[in-house]
Write a protein that binds this ligand. Structure first.
Ligand code: 8X3
Length: 253
């Protein structure tokens, strides 16, 4: 595949970092977004040293629309010509019941997982349409297929990501721009630590007795979806560990 400019949100760890590594090792150039500058810098350094990758950092909170717009407008020269947008930034806080949780925490979750994804799409996709090329990868989740206990708001957000992906695919049907919704199951990242508000033990228990996927595993799927010939649109991929069957059915040894 020819060299692409790839923008990844939430690229400082987990699935976003895995995607950054996979695209870097295959010679693509990267625009990495995240909130944690130090971690982003470390990823950039690794990719430059190991793969001689061209990496540009765009540290901002995707929830801040104005900052996002200014940062994208300030991209130098042809870095503005983003070929692949990986809307990966996302999180959940807490495992509370819908009638008991914290509305302020849920604002953060909804603003990041849904509204920021939509804003990034709104900012980047018009250029793709104009240039007649592009690919949007939305990080959905198995959580978007069915709700599960303690997951109400997160599941709703990921169901929204599915609807936004399907809607965008419809809106772009007469263009060469492709839209893919990746729906991972159990992936061992910092995700669960954030979900359990920094409490390591319950976070670790999520991945106990099963071999979970890694951010690099998901990156393989993302890369495949981008690398297939232009006439093929991988619309959606549900990907989970071999010993997981649904959002709640997991075999642990
Ligand atoms: C995260 C996967 O299993 O926590 O999107 O819903 S799960």
């Amino acid at each position: 595949m020819e060299k692409k400019t790839v923008l990844i949100t939430g690229a400082s760890s987990g699935i976003g970092e895995g995607c950054a590594r996979k695209f870097a090792m295959n010679g693509h150039r990267l625009i990495l977004n995240g909130r944690n500058q130090e971690k982003l810098k470390a990823v950039k350094q690794e990719l430059e040293e190991k793969y001689r990758a061209e990496v540009l950092l765009l540290p901002f909170d995707v929830r801040d629309r104005e900052v996002a717009e200014a940062a994208l407008n300030a991209l130098p020269g042809d870095w503005k010509e983003i070929d692949v947008l990986i809307n990966n930034a996302g999180l959940v806080i807490g495992v509370d019941k819908e009638h008991e949780g914290n509305l302020d925490e849920w604002d953060v979750v909804i603003d990041t997982d849904v509204k920021a994804l939509l804003a990034m799409t709104r900012l980047v996709v018009p250029g793709m349409v104009e240039r007649g090329r592009g690919h949007v990868i939305n990080m959905g989740s198995i959580a978007g297929d069915y709700a599960y206990p303690g997951g109400s708001v997160y599941c709703a957000c990921k169901a929204a990501v599915k609807a936004l992906s399907d809607g965008l695919r419809i809106d772009l049907v007469d263009t060469p721009v492709r839209v893919t919704n990746i729906k991972p199951g159990l992936v061992e990242t910092n995700f669960s630590v954030v979900r359990f508000r920094g409490n390591k033990e319950p976070a670790d228990n999520v991945y106990k007795g099963i071999r979970p996927l890694s951010g690099d595993d998901i990156a393989e799927v993302v890369y495949f979806a981008v690398a297939v010939p232009q006439h093929i649109q991988i619309a959606e991929v549900l990907v989970m560990p071999t010993n997981q069957a649904t959002g709640t059915i997991v075999s642990r040894k």
